[in-house]
Design a protein around this ligand. Structure first.
Ligand SMILES: [Zn+2]
Length: 133
């Protein structure tokens, strides 16, 4: 059992470089954890990034994800929904109402479900590459 109070705030996190740092940041970010330490929470809400990490005091608020998370989310969801709709269409030409009845909710659900994790991933990659402001 881990007690958050036992974390040493002065702990040094050894600098990685290149691909290792990229995947460390991406993995921690996709879990919505602080990319710098992997322990603290990076988000204080659905999409709100904390100003500083509770665990290592890293200044998470300095990263600006802008429209990258929605862009990657739309890209991924599109690559699920479009082939899915085409496959259903080929399997027996269902009515337009049925197609829309399936794919509009699927699109909304996937977008809202994936966006916070993809935003975490973008934050992690920004940390890995030192992209701030
Ligand atoms: Zn941290």
């Amino acid at each position: 059992m881990t007690n958050a109070g036992e974390h040493d705030h002065a702990t040094e996190y050894p600098a990685e470089s290149g691909a290792s740092r990229f995947f460390t940041g991406l993995r921690r970010g996709l879990r919505r954890k602080c990319p710098n330490c992997g322990h603290g929470l990076a988000f204080s809400g659905y999409l709100k990034i904390r100003e500083t990490c509770d665990c290592c005091d890293h200044k998470l608020g300095e990263y600006r994800c802008d429209d990258a998370p929605p862009y990657f989310t739309i890209f991924i969801v599109g690559h699920i929904v479009v082939p899915g709709a085409l496959a259903v269409e080929q399997s027996g030409s269902p009515s337009l109402e049925l197609q829309l009845g399936i794919w509009i909710p699927v699109t909304l659900f996937l977008t809202l479900a994936l966006l916070p994790f993809i935003k975490g991933g973008v934050l992690g990659v920004q940390w890995a590459m030192g992209i701030r402001g």
